[in-house]
Design a protein around this ligand. Sequence first.
Ligand SMILES: [Zn+2]
Length: 77
Amino acid sequence: MPSFKCASCSQVHDGLPELAVPEPYFVGCLEPNAKSKVERLGTEICVFRDGDVRHFFLRGALGIPISGTEETWSYAA
Ligand SMILES: [Zn+2]
C-alpha cells in the first residue's frame, strides 16, 4: 500500500495523497484589501461577503479509480 508524508500534519498516512487547494480560486484572485471580505475560510466551506450579498463555496472532491487497483486518487477544490 502506498503511503505519504502529510503536508498538513507532517505524519505519514497510508494511501495516496489528495490534491487539494487551500482556498477557492475566486478567493485566491482577490486583491489583498478585498481579503477582509472573506468571512469564513475553513476546510469545507468559504463565505465571502460583498455588501449585502454573501457567496458560499463548498469543497468538492472527485475520486478517480486507479485502473487495476482498489485505490482511488482524489482531486478536491
Ligand atoms: Zn495529515
